[in-house]
Ligand binder design. Structure first.
Ligand code: NAD
Length: 491
């Protein structure tokens, strides 16, 4: 028996006003282990009344608690302590994340969890280092000083997806908290485990009660929708599907909430003939299949210039066939299980369609030897038209179409033809070409000779249907605050 099959059922509660809480209606739902499809945890199923209770606790903490009145430097100490405590509990959090999502433990241990800690360490240091804006002028003997300050928004609603659960929740929590807000987090229903463990950390780090609140539940007609409709909530920061973003925006319009959206993607890797092919192949493989292909930034279309197409296709095929798919808790596993049966079925339906419209070069079948879990052999296609559904829609699974191209113009037209505009990698040794193509890509993030390179100070987000607004550095601090200008006139 593997570790993935021997877990006890965990109790995952809400966390409101500084205490764990069952749902007011007493309801629960199950979260499953994607590697076995057995029950991993019983989760409190929050609804509108739980959101209302959390909103009152958050508002009370904001209006009368100490958090908002503390200086940024004082809050940064607590925020930084949260990062320390995440690192102290790294093994436990990584195991929980892999059990809940199906991702390989090495990814949780070296990626998701350290990055969650870094989000707190980064924003603590960054926010504390930002000076307020001050402008002076003097006209006809009249002197003026204009000071722009940031103030917290109030109660911030945070709604997150299942693919990088703690990593993406903390990417919102860290800037929201350091700016002095109170928060209500609604994590994805498929992966609620680490958010609940986080509530213990928040309390241990010294966050005053009501500053961090957690309400579990579903989206439409449940906790998610209630959060977007609650009048005490000033803003919604959302990461998830584009269609969900549209529904949330409609609800937020009713009370004019500030919104930030990080939505779907259909990224690409473009390999030119003059690229360092070995590095391009290795990295494009990772860009397509990491986290079972369930990454918004995935290079989920691979465009290869004609002169290198055969070499790249054959190399990628061999590497895809060598990917070790298995128990997410085994440190040798390179690809784990897809997050749920429903999601697996959606991905399989794209594979079935791809077999009709193009040629499946390898993979694409369920791995029955691994039991009842959502294991799929990574799939590679060729011969799919660039405007086919597999090349246009977000599949969010280990499925990669490889497409040849002749010229820069051809590839730009194909890459830009989707509704999405999140990210693209370009592989070339020609710096002029890299610059030209970067400027013509309709995306928020371009990587030249790399993938997933990040400096947390830089803006992160998508164009077109991939989002509204940017996160990172001052972009996050701006979103989680109101600015106020105070002007002085003196002699
Ligand atoms: P989803 O939109 O189905 O759900 C995300 C969250 O929204 C969940 O917590 C869900 O309960 C909630 N929700 C659903 N309907 C709602 C409603 N009507 N009102 C309020 N809340 C609602 O997305 P998902 O399937 O969890 O995540 C995958 C998607 O997230 C993909 O499209 C992926 O590209 C995107 N994503 C984007 C980024 C980015 O940075 N751009 C990062 C990660 C994931």
């Amino acid at each position: 028996m593997t570790a993935a099959t021997t877990q006890k059922t965990v109790q995952i509660k809400n966390y409101i006003g500084g205490k764990p809480a069952s749902a007011l209606g007493g309801e629960t739902f199950e979260t499953l282990n994607p590697a076995t499809n057995k029950v991993l945890g019983q989760v409190a199923q929050g609804g509108a009344e739980d959101i209302e209770m959390a909103a009152q606790a958050a508002k009370e903490a904001f209006d009368r608690g100490p958090w908002r009145k503390m200086s940024v430097a004082e809050r940064a100490e607590v925020v930084s302590k949260i990062g320390d405590l995440i690192l102290e509990r790294k093994e436990e959090l990584a195991t929980a994340e892999s059990l809940d999502t199906g991702k390989p433990i090495t990814e949780s241990l070296t990626g998701d969890i350290p990055r969650s800690a870094l989000n707190f360490h980064f924003f603590a240091k960054f926010a504390a280092s930002q000076a307020e804006e001050l402008y002076s002028n003097s006209i006809n003997g009249v002197n003026e000083r204009h000071l722009a300050i940031r103030e917290p928004l109030g109660v911030c609603g945070l709604i997150t997806p299942w693919n990088l659960p703690l990593y993406l929740a903390t990417w919102k929590l860290a800037p929201a908290l350091v700016m002095g807000n109170s928060c209500i987090l609604k994590p994805a229903e498929w992966t609620p485990y680490t958010a609940f463990l986080f509530s213990e950390i928040a309390s241990q780090a010294g966050l005053p009660p009501g500053v961090f609140n957690l309400v579990n539940g579903f989206g439409p007609g449940s906790a998610g929708e209630a959060l977007t409709l609650n009048k005490a909530v000033a803003s919604i920061s959302f990461t998830g599907e584009t269609t969900t973003g549209k529904a949330i925006m409609k609800n937020c319009a009713q009370s004019l909430k500030k919104v930030s959206f990080e939505l779907g993607g259909k990224g690409a890797s473009i390999i030119f003939d003059d690229a360092d092919l070995d590095t391009a192949i290795e990295t494009s493989l990772r860009a397509a299949y990491r986290n079972q292909g369930q990454i918004c930034l995935a290079g989920s279309r691979l465009f290869v210039q004609e002169g290198s197409f055969k070499k790249v296709r054959d190399a990628i095929k061999a590497k895809v066939e060598a990917i070790r798919v298995g128990d997410p808790l085994d440190s040798n596993t390179e690809m784990g299980a897809l997050v749920s049966k429903e999601h697996l079925e959606k991905v399989q339906s794209y594979i079935d369609l791809g077999k009709k419209e193009g040629k499946l070069i390898t993979g694409g079948e369920r791995i029955k030897e691994l039991g009842e879990g959502n294991f799929l052999r990574p799939a590679l296609f060729e011969g799919l038209p660039y405007d086919s559904r597999l090349c246009q829609e977000e599949i969010f699974g280990p499925v990669l179409p490889i497409i040849p191209f002749k010229t820069e113009e051809d590839v730009l037209a194909m890459v830009n033809s989707t509704d999405y505009g999140l990210s693209t990698s370009i592989w070339t040794e020609n710096v002029n070409r890299a610059h030209r193509v970067s400027r013509d890509l309709e995306v928020g993030l371009v990587w030249v000779n790399c993938w997933f390179a990040r400096d947390l100070r830089t803006p992160f987000g998508g164009q077109k249907s991939s989002g509204i607004g940017r996160e990172g550095g001052n972009h996050s601090l701006d979103f989680f605050s109101e600015t106020k200008t105070i002007s002085y006139r003196y002699k």
